[in-house]
Design a protein around this ligand. Structure first.
Ligand SMILES: [Zn+2]
Ligand SMILES: [Zn+2]
Length: 446
């Protein structure tokens, strides 16, 4: 077989190859005999890519001598791969025994080395809790790697797109004795035993219950909520500010602004007005709990089970899984998320979803989608932190109030000593030292 060394012009499809591959030995003519385009992916690189395979025949002079058949693939395939620069945000958690979580942390760190992944990945003896962002191919490669492990092969992975690159500032992979921040920690809770947690309801089962309770389009009240003859109670196991941008019809606003301090059902014998579980029949009431991704309900249900509540149900995979499967049925507004996107419309989970942006009945004094400062109705449901770093309160604000209060939550905060510059849009603030050092640099040297 002859060996050829040539430069020149390849005639024929596709254009990318015409540009890049060239032959020029005057006596040699490359002839394109066939080309084929196909999609492919591999476990190591799970993003779909395109590849073009060419069959070339090389003819010499005019004697029609076919000398070499070659297949050329690289140039066309690489181009497609570069186009795919979309970012994903991925969430998953699982309660499962991890014998040596520190060893597990270093395994994850070494896999993630060199991959462009940002986020929070926590491991403990009780399992894993992860939220991260990254270019599609890296994010999915990490998911595949996790799922290769038998302990995590059935893990529910929730994926949503982001159009603004990373949704987390940096990567943190750590051992944490509590996978969720809750008063007293989780290490003493029997989280590894599914019987000690709430019974998970699939999104369609949850929707059936919501629709049965929200009869005739009227959001139910906690007094008349009944499903199949059983009294039911809907519990939003999140923070109040999350409810403010979106919630299930009929769910009361949680009266806490930190899940860590949630105390539903823990008030003992005393009657506590703010505790919707204080007076209920623990044996005969179905308690339906929901949160963003499911983990807070799992943890909280183990606490409630211990307190004697017997009929606990949770929305499997949380609201994000529900919106993806059922769309925004009986849901109103957006979903608050704990990354730089702050909140997402239901269409982010199910593109064809048409969301109801206002509840059918707005109760007096409702804080849903209203400016915290002036009470006006908002069209954009995104929070901001108070510009006073010593306050940092997360609140909804209209544009007028952002200007008037310089991004602060009150007049007092506006006059506070450690003010950050007003965020122009709905982003998160950077670390304080960045603003402080910026101010110092601008100050004249004495
Ligand atoms: Zn306002
Ligand atoms: Zn403030």
């Amino acid at each position: 077989m002859a060996t050829w060394s040539c430069a020149g012009v390849l005639v024929g499809e596709p254009p990318a190859l015409r540009r890049r591959i060239a032959f020029s030995c005057p006596p040699i003519f490359p002839i394109l005999t066939s080309f084929r385009r196909f999609k492919y992916r591999s476990r190591a690189q799970p993003t779909w890519r395109r590849r073009t395979v060419l069959s070339l025949a090389f003819a010499r002079g005019g004697d029609d001598e076919v000398a070499v058949l070659a297949s050329v693939t690289a140039a066309a395939a690489e181009e497609k791969e570069e186009e795919d620069v979309g970012f994903l945000v991925v969430n998953f958690y699982k309660f499962v025994l991890i014998e040596d979580p520190l060893v597990e942390v270093s395994k994850h760190l070494s896999f993630l080395q060199g991959l462009d992944i940002h986020g929070r990945i926590y491991l403990s003896e009780q399992g894993i809790n992860a939220q991260f962002s990254g270019p599609t191919k890296y994010a999915l490669a990490y998911v595949d790697w996790i799922k290769d492990d038998d302990r995590f092969s059935d893990i529910l992975v929730q994926i949503s797109p982001t159009t603004t690159g990373h949704a987390f500032p940096r990567l943190r992979v750590r051992y944490k004795s509590s996978l969720v921040q809750v008063e007293g920690g989780t290490s003493d809770l029997p989280l590894l035993d599914p019987n000690m947690r709430a019974t998970p309801l699939a999104p369609f089962e949850w929707r059936e219950r919501m629709q049965a309770m929200n009869k005739a389009g009227k959001p139910f009240s906690q007094e008349d909520a009944v499903f199949l003859g059983r009294k039911s109670l809907l519990l939003d196991v999140r923070n109040g500010y999350e409810w403010d941008v979106g919630h299930f019809h009929g769910a009361e606003r949680p009266n806490v602004d930190s899940f860590r301090n949630t105390s539903f059902g823990l008030s003992g014998q005393e009657e506590v007005a703010s505790d919707s579980l204080a007076q209920i029949d623990k044996e005969n009431t179905d308690i339906l709990m929901y949160c963003t991704g499911g983990i807070r309900c799992d943890v909280y249900s183990a606490i409630l089970r211990h307190k004697g509540f017997q009929n606990l149900y949770t929305l499997s995979g949380g609201v994000s899984n529900y919106l993806k499967n059922e769309g925004p049925a009986d849901w109103v507004g957006n979903l608050f998320v704990f990354d730089s996107r702050l909140s997402l419309p239901p269409s982010a989970y199910k593109p064809e979803a048409i969301a109801e942006t206002r509840p059918k009945i707005i109760f007096e004094g409702s804080t849903f989608a209203r400016c915290y400062l002036c009470g006006s109705e908002l069209l954009v449901f995104k929070h901001r932190n108070c510009a006073n770093i010593d306050c940092n309160f997360l609140f909804l604000s209209c544009k007028t109030c952002v200007d008037k209060f310089r991004g602060c939550c009150s007049s007092e905060c506006k006059d506070a000593p450690r003010l950050r510059p007003v965020l122009p849009g709905h982003q998160r603030y950077q670390k304080w030292h960045i603003y402080r050092d910026g101010v110092l640099q601008r100050e004249p040297k004495v």
